[in-house]
Each structure stands twice: as structure tokens, then as C-alpha cells.
Ligand binder design. Structure first.
Ligand code: 3HC
Length: 694
């Protein structure tokens, strides 16, 4: 029988089987909540039903509350009402788990009396990633199953864990012997686990049982130091209040009776849900998805199986690993046999380390290593489907590589360059297939960082763009399509941000003050620490290869002075900071060098507040972002925000630079930018015309 648009109930002997189907991830929309509640009530009213099973159709069990509903007026029944009905059901309820059981879906599973899981099922409470805490019992029930320390770790990180390693949580695990098969060859998990759960429920229907909150002893406060967790999270998730509220709610599990503590959890959840931080993080979740969603699945991308990465440097190795991780065959190419062997050795070491740390099995390690090979002979690349070039950042080098590849590769091979700054139109002109030349700009470390800027040049075909966007999705990246221009979108905006950090140095701020002000605002790392890490000489060279349009004598002079004195950053032991045994230290020499340069330029030192630093750097980002939208180099504000969240450590709780500007109000933003324009008299501070359209 149909219980709602998304939930059905079938009776199998004495078992009531409630089945949810709300594609794509079975989120707990209103019709799902209503359907499950109706099923529990119906089964409890029937003398011929002894036990209940809740399972799902499709690729996963319930992956959480329906995030789209959070901004709207709530419609009954609420999730706590549904889960309370499950916990208090007079007939035992079994959850049949597969896929990714997240948020409210996991809370539902924890509220059941029994759980059956398909091998490889992942569970998690990712609410903090949305500026929330679990709002339907997660903070109360999870510690009862896996202990306080483990629950604190899972809830405050939002990370998933496999039920394979959680015997206390799962009453029975189902393995149909499919683990050796590739994903495409595996049978659908849902019917297997649902069938198993129905026979398990039949077997235990007459056993005595207790509501889940009473089956286990509440954890004791003596088990853990909540204050240590609070200070750890204050550093790790700085500026965010959801992780702190999550700790408070978990602590309540040790101090108060279940019914009281669960009400407190709900109060914290609702306060988080209605906060600007959560609105920003929910926006970020959808902003990241819309970038890739605009690009159609492509027939070309489904035919891409062999990849060649040109250049066995740090970037090339990271890119090769990203492709191997996604199951592609990768041929690493460098100029000599020795360079190639060195590259392969680094890849092998990476997988050996992953295995030693227990992150991959021996079979997975062997599988990864079987996908890599190398050559220094371009002649061997004739049948490669996609080339990703990550060689030296010099136009003449890139052109030479691509014209040589053009001569040997089959006509359908796509040529992608990982250039950070160079003109891809110019690179494409060195080939006879400009329609297949594209940018694939990874961020270091390329196997870890989520962002890939997919750069569409003047002649790049839609097919090639769709193919590369889809390949990047297969790498589980956040791909964002951008246009050609100095630094594309991310680095172009970063140049505006860095330019202001440099100006502030010349005006008397210290590197430590600038970095700590920006870190206090929420950036993962201050701009000068980042610059020291990546190498100050990289952008220095790029500015010479691609001269800036502005003729300002102070433009990046603080950074230039560092390079001119051999201070290239961490790699030379000194940059804006000094490094001893890997430790970052303040360096008075930087202040002396920068002050001397400021004097030459006639810039007077002044007192600068942290707030001034934050305002100036963030507004520089926003104005440059708006300029890129005006020029069509960036497609929309969501794309820019996805870039900054995934490539530059922009605080997720602020949504992204453009979302932040909109939430502050563009009128105020324009007034502030105009103030800088008047006081600084620099052309780049002219408010972008696009700000009025945001
Ligand atoms: N609500 C609404 N839509 C959701 C959703 C959710 N919880 N989770 C995913 N979606 C949508 C996505 O927006 C996407 O839509 P689109 O096709 O229109 O772009 C579609 O489902 C597929 O999602 P993905 O592209 O992300 O698919 P993947 O297979 O890569 O990943 C996933 C699946 C792991 C489930 C991932 O989508 C995810 O992490 N979702 C968020 C899960 C989550 O945060 N749950 C907790 C919600 S808060 C909560 O439950 C509060 C509770 O405590 C009261």
C-alpha cells in the first residue's frame, strides 16, 4: 500500500516492510516523514504484524534531512516526532542499511531497535558541515553505541565511518561476496539488504526488546574531557559555533535523562538552523553542485580511459595520483628515463604510505600500482585519450610540448594544460586541434584539493568542455568552468587579495599581523604564509611573463623585494618569515627590507587595525570577483564561491566571497569600495559595474 508519494508498505507474513523511494538520496522530505510515521502507526495497530523493517530503494538508505526544506516553514510531522514513534514502537523496528546513511537517516537508524547493514555501508552525522548539529537524537544515541570519544570525533568532524568497523552498531552484516567486483558489475544492494532485514526481523520478532536509548547505559562524563574537546575545536573549527553546540549536546547525554537531553539537543539544532552560518554553509553545499550540474554527460568522457600526465614534478605526481585513485590508467611522461623512474617511485611511495596508514588494503595498493606506467618517448602516446600537461610554467615550453603531442596523438586526444596563468588561446595555437585544447587547473596537492578550474579557451568545443567537466567529476573534484584571462578566476582574485596584503606591508603592517587578522576572520591560512609555502618567485615570474595592466610602482613591491634578496619562501629558509627546523618565525629583516622599499616609494608607515586589514583584503576579492563576472570570465557568483571554498581556504561559514558580499548588502559593499577608490586613488578600486547586478 502507498503511505505517501515516496513511501510504500508491504506485508510479508508477520512483517510490515516500509520502503522509501525519494530519489536521488532518499532525503527525509515531508512526504517521507509522513509516510514512515503512517507505516509505524499502521503496523502498531495490527495484530497480524509482529515486527517492522524500514528500507530504501535506490543507491542509498536515507542520506539525511532534505536540506532544501530548511529555509522554508516547517510542515508536520517533524523528524523528532517520527523517530520518537520508532523508538516507542511496541513492535521492534529493524533498519536495512546500504550506501551512505547520513544525518537524519543515521539518526533514524540509531532510533531503530536493530540494524542490518550491507558490507561497505558508510554512516555519519555530517550536520556540522552545514553549520548544524544532529537535531533528532544523534548526539544522544550515537555515544550510547560507540562511546563518547568516538561519537565526539564523528559528530564534530562530520566524517563518515564504515559500518564494517562498528560491530556495536550493527546487529548483522550482509556480504553477498561482491567485494571483488567492480562497481558497475555489482548487483543492486537495496533488494539484498532489504530481504535479509525481513528475514532477520522474522527471526527476532518474538524476542523481548527495549527502546534503543534504554538498551545501553548512558556514557559517563568521567570518560572524556569536554573542555579539551572545546578548546581543540575552537582552534580546528575556528569561528564556528555548531561544533561547540554539538559538544554541549553530547555532554548533556552524560548529565541529563534522555528525554530532557534530547529536547536540549533540538533547541541547539534549531538555533544553528536559523543562523547565518548555517545559511552560508547550506548555500555552499548547493553552490558547489550547481557548477558541475550545468555540464551534460558527454559521450567523449565515457570513452576516456587512458591518461597521460606530462611532467613528473610535484603537481604532475599529484595529478597522476588523482587519476589513478579514480581508476584511470596513467602514463607519466618526463624528459629522461631517470626523471620518469623518479616520478613512478614517488607514486609508489605514496600508495605504500597509504597502505601503512591503513587507508587502503594491499589489494587496493596493488590495483593502484598496476594502473601506472611511464615513458619519455612521445611516440608511445598515440592512443592516449586525455593528456594533462603539468610541465614548467613557460609559454615556449608549453607550446613545444603541445606541438610535439599534436604530431603523434590520435585526432580525438584532448589536450589539457595545468597552467596557472598562461594564455591557453596562445597554447592552443601551437596545435592543429584548438577545439580540443582546454585548461585543467589543479590545486596543490592535486590528489587532495577538491578544486579544478576547467578553462574554456576561445576555440574549445562544448564537447571538450563537457568531457573534461565530467572527467573531473569522476575524480570526485569540484570542477568549475571559467574563461581565459590572467590567473583565470581563482588566481586572478588571489592577485587582488595579495596586492592589498603587499600594500599593507608597505604601509607598516607586519606579516604576522596580516596573517593573524585574516585567520581570525576565518581564512584557513594568512596570505603571506601561503605565499611563503607556494614560493614567492612563482607569481613573481608570472608577473614578468604576463605583465600586469596596472602601472603602479608599488604593485607587489614587498614580494618583489623578497625575491630580489633570494627570499623565495619556505624552500629557501626565508621569505616573509624565517624558517628554522620547519618552524615559522617572525623575521625583523623582512620589516627592514619592506620599510626601505616603502621609503623609496614615498609611502608613510601608519597604525593599521585588524579590522582595516580584513575589510581591505576581502573587498579587494569581492571587487575583482565582480569584474570577472562583468567580463564573463566567471559564469556566476556560485562558481566564484565554489572556487574560493575549495581552492583557497575561504571560510565555509561565510559562504564564499560573493555570497558574503550579498549577505552584508551590496549597497554597503559599494560604499566601502568607493571609499577605498577615493582614498587610495588606485584604478583597481573603481567599483565594478557588476556589483549593482548582484
Ligand atoms: N537534501 C536535499 N538534497 C540532497 C541531499 C539532502 N540531504 N543530499 C544530496 N542531495 C542532492 C544533491 O543536491 C544532488 O542534487 P542534484 O542532482 O540536483 O545536483 C543530488 O542529491 C545528488 O547528490 P550528490 O551529487 O552529492 O551525490 P553523491 O553521490 O556524490 O553524494 C551524498 C551523495 C554523500 C549523500 C551527498 O549528496 C551528501 O553528502 N549529501 C548531504 C548529506 C547531509 O548533509 N545530510 C545531513 C542533512 S542535515 C540533517 O540530516 C539534520 C538532521 O540531524 C535533523
Amino acid at each position: 500500500m502507498s503511505l505517501s508519494n515516496t513511501v510504500t508498505l508491504t506485508q510479508q507474513d508477520n512483517i510490515g516492510f516500509i520502503e522509501v523511494y525519494n530519489a536521488p538520496v532518499n532525503a527525509l522530505s515531508q512526504s517521507v516523514r509522513a509516510g514512515i510515521l503512517a507505516g509505524i502507526e499502521w503496523a502498531n495497530s495490527r495484530a497480524d504484524i509482529d515486527a517492522i523493517v524500514i528500507g530504501c530503494k535506490g543507491s542509498t538508505f536515507i542520506a539525511g534531512a532534505d536540506i532544501k526544506e530548511f529555509g522554508q516553514p516547517p510542515i508536520a510531522p517533524s523528524l523528532p516526532t517520527v523517530l520518537s514513534a520508532i523508538r516507542n514502537s511496541k513492535k521492534p523496528v529493524t533498519a536495512a542499511l546500504h550506501g551512505t546513511v547520513l544525518g537524519g537517516g543515521f539518526e533514524l537508524a540509531l532510533s531503530c531497535h536493530y540494524r542490518i547493514a550491507m558490507i561497505g555501508t558508510n554512516v555519519g552525522l555530517p550536520e556540522v558541515k552545514l553549520g548544524l548539529i544532529p537535531g533528532a537524537g544523534g548526539t544522544q544515541l550515537l555515544p550510547r553505541y560507540i562511546g563518547l570519544e568516538n561519537a565526539l570525533s564523528m559528530i564534530t568532524s562530520g566524517n563518515m565511518a564504515s559500518t564494517d568497523t562498528m560491530p556495536d552498531l550493527v546487529d548483522m552484516q550482509i556480504d553477498e561476496g561482491t567485494s571483488g567486483l567492480k562497481n558497475a558489475e555489482k548487483p543492486e544492494h537495496a533488494p539484498i539488504v532489504n530481504r535479509a532485514a525481513i528475514s532477520f526481523a522474522a527471526g527476532t520478532a518474538s524476542d523481548p526488546f527495549l527502546p534503543p536509548q534504554h538498551r545501553r547505559v548512558p556514557p559517563s562524563i568521567k570518560d572524556v574531557s569536554f573542555d579539551e574537546w572545546r578548546s581543540k575545536l575552537a582552534k580546528k573549527a575556528k569561528g564556528q559555533f555548531a561544533p561547540q553546540r554539538a559538544i554541549d549536546a553530547i555532554e548533556a547525554a552524560t548529565l541529563r535523562p534522555f528525554d530532557e537531553a534530547i529536547k536540549l539537543e533540538r533547541r541547539f539544532f534549531l538555533a544553528c538552523r536559523d543562523s547565518e552560518q548555517s545559511a552560508s554553509m547550506r548555500y555552499a553545499f548547493f553552490a558547489e553542485k550547481q557548477s558541475a550540474a550545468a555540464y551534460k554527460p558527454s559521450t567523449i568522457s565515457s570513452n576516456i580511459s587512458s591518461i597521460s600526465v606530462i611532467g613528473a614534478g610535484t603537481m604532475g605526481i599529484g595529478i597522476a595520483i588523482a587519476f589513478i585513485d579514480a581508476g584511470f590508467n596513467v602514463t607519466l611522461v618526463d624528459t629522461t628515463e631517470e626523471q620518469c623512474s623518479l616520478g613512478l617511485k614517488k607514486i609508489r611511495e605514496h600508495y605504500e604510505k597509504m597502505h601503512e596508514k591503513g587507508r587502503i588494503s594491499i589489494a587496493e595498493k596493488q590495483q593502484a600500482l598496476s594502473l601506472m606506467s611511464s615513458t619519455y618517448d612521445y611516440g608511445k602516446l598515440a592512443d592516449i585519450d586525455l593528456v594533462v600537461e603539468a610541465a614548467f610554467e613557460k609559454m615556449s615550453v608549453k607550446k613545444m610540448i603541445f606541438s610535439s603531442l599534436d604530431a603523434v596523438c590520435k585526432p580525438s586526444t584532448i589536450f589539457a594544460t595545468n597552467t596557472s596563468y598562461l594564455d591557453i588561446n596562445d597554447i592552443a595555437s601551437s596545435t592543429t586541434r584548438p577545439e580540443l585544447v582546454i585548461g585543467m587547473h589543479f590545486f596543490s596537492p592535486a590528489n587532495i584539493m577538491k578544486l579544478v578550474e576547467v578553462v574554456k579557451a576561445k576555440s574549445t568545443s562544448e564537447d571538450a568542455v563537457n568531457a573534461v567537466m565530467n572527467i573531473a567529476k569522476q575524480l570526485r573534484k569540484v570542477p568549475v568552468c571559467v574563461g581565459v584571462g590572467f590567473g583565470f578566476v581563482g588566481n586572478r582574485m588571489y592577485a587582488a587579495y595579495g596586492r592589498e596584503a603587499n600594500m599593507l606591508l608597505l604601509e607598516g603592517a607586519s606579516p604576522e599581523q596580516i596573517d593573524s587578522a585574516m585567520e581570525a576572520w576565518g581564512m584557513a591560512m594568512g596570505p603571506l604564509t601561503v605565499n611563503d609555502m607556494s614560493g614567492i618567485d612563482i607569481a613573481y615570474k608570472a608577473r614578468r611573463e604576463y605583465p600586469p595592466i596596472y602601472n603602479d610602482p608599488a604593485y607587489f613591491r614587498a614580494a618583489d623585494v623578497m625575491v630580489e634578496h633570494g627570499r623565495l619562501g619556505r624552500k629557501t629558509g626565508a621569505g616573509f618569515y624565517r624558517y628554522e627546523n620547519g618552524k615559522r618565525l617572525a623575521d625583523p629583516t623582512t620589516l627592514t627590507l619592506v620599510a626601505a622599499e616603502a621609503q623609496k616609494l614615498g609611502i608613510e608607515a601608519r597604525q593599521i587595525s585588524d579590522e582595516d586589514i580584513q575589510k581591505r583584503l576581502v573587498l579587494a576579492l569581492v571587487n575583482e570577483g565582480a569584474n570577472l563576472l562583468e567580463k564573463g570570465i566567471a559564469r556566476n557568483v556560485e562558481d566564484i564561491d565554489a572556487i574560493w571554498l575549495n581552492g583557497y581556504g575561504f571560510p565555509r561559514f561565510r559562504g564564499g566571497p560573493m555570497y558574503y558580499a550579498k549577505s552584508v548588502g551590496t549597497k554597503l559593499i559599494i560604499e566601502n569600495i568607493s571609499y577605498f577608490h577615493l582614498s587610495e586613488n588606485k584604478p583597481w578600486w573603481e567599483p565594478s559595474a557588476y556589483l549593482n547586478k548582484m
